[in-house]
Design a protein around this ligand. Structure first.
Ligand SMILES: Nc1ncnc2c1ncn2[C@@H]1O[C@H](COP(=O)(O)OP(=O)(O)OP(=O)(O)O)[C@@H](O)[C@H]1O
Ligand SMILES: [Mg+2]
Length: 244
């Protein structure tokens, strides 16, 4: 369970998170909102890239913000980025192993097995010694997902993990994401603009708009909520939280 209270981030005059309070219980949870709503900033806070000016985050009872970011990796925070971060010159297996090295299961004996299992889990059908630089966009996204699930993750943050892919490939990514909680026990947060992907993967969804939480609840109801629809159309001042 992730419990976020009064989380506030400021960059000069911009307040991308403004006293945000929300709880994600378990499974795969959606995080949606218009461009600039604060989704990536929220992930940056959880993964330690951005320090908030106020608020708290408890992850499975532990104070996440008190951990330096390198300890969060060992604790089990994983994330993917809107633009992929895999290292082009390294092989698929080396890229995944790099994350494993910083994980709780950091042992040489288990590393090879864990890396191969992660690659199989995401359905990557390319030889693990292939250089990432030679891969197409679908396979690069799958490498990112393998990096997110290897080595006992507890909190997996997926930032538009299928951006730019055609529908059929997005469906495959969705199938992988749906199975992450069952395979790893991790809580998954999926930030995305693709409502088909979000509704296919997430039982619960939260909606941010200009740093404020405007709705949280069962995904199908949230997506039909009039405040949410208006926020996406850009006509809602969006100050009231709707528990739907
Ligand atoms: N390092 C930074 N310095 C200054 N402003 C920033 C920084 N990072 C984000 N912002 C601003 O914070 C706001 C929220 O941005 P964020 O990237 O979190 O939105 P988002 O919901 O992920 O949007 P998108 O759907 O386009 O990815 C935006 O106004 C953005 O310009
Ligand atoms: Mg973003």
């Amino acid at each position: 369970m992730i419990e976020v209270e009064e989380l506030t981030v400021r960059f000069g005059g911009v307040t991308p998170l403004d006293g945000t309070t929300l709880t994600f219980e378990a499974g795969t949870c959606g995080l949606i909102g218009p461009n600039g709503a604060g989704k990536t900033t929220f992930f940056n806070v959880l993964s330690g890239f951005v320090r908030p000016v106020g608020g708290s985050v408890r992850a499975f009872g532990e104070n996440l913000l008190a951990m330096p970011h390198y300890r969060r990796a060992r604790w089990g925070v994983r994330r993917t980025f809107q633009t992929e971060q895999a290292i082009e010159e390294l092989s698929i297996a080396e890229n995944v192993a790099l994350v494993h090295e910083h994980s709780r299961r950091n042992g040489r004996r288990s590393r090879r097995t864990d890396v191969l299992e992660a690659l199989e889990f995401v359905g990557l059908e390319v030889t693990p010694t292939t250089r990432v630089g030679t891969l197409g966009s679908r396979d690069r996204r799958l490498v990112e997902l393998a990096r997110a699930v290897v080595g006992n993750p507890r909190l997996v943050l997926l930032d538009e993990p299928a951006a730019g892919l055609p529908d059929e490939e997005t469906d495959h990514i969705g199938q992988v994401i749906r199975r992450i909680p069952e395979r790893t026990g991790a809580l998954v947060i999926l930030a995305d603009h693709d409502m088909n992907l979000v509704s296919g993967c997430c039982a619960t969804t939260a909606v941010l708009d200009f740093g404020a939480l405007i709705a949280i609840g069962p995904t199908d109801r949230v997506l039909r909520d009039e405040h949410v629809v208006r926020a996406y159309l850009g006509t809602d001042p969006g100050t009231q939280v709707v528990e739907v």
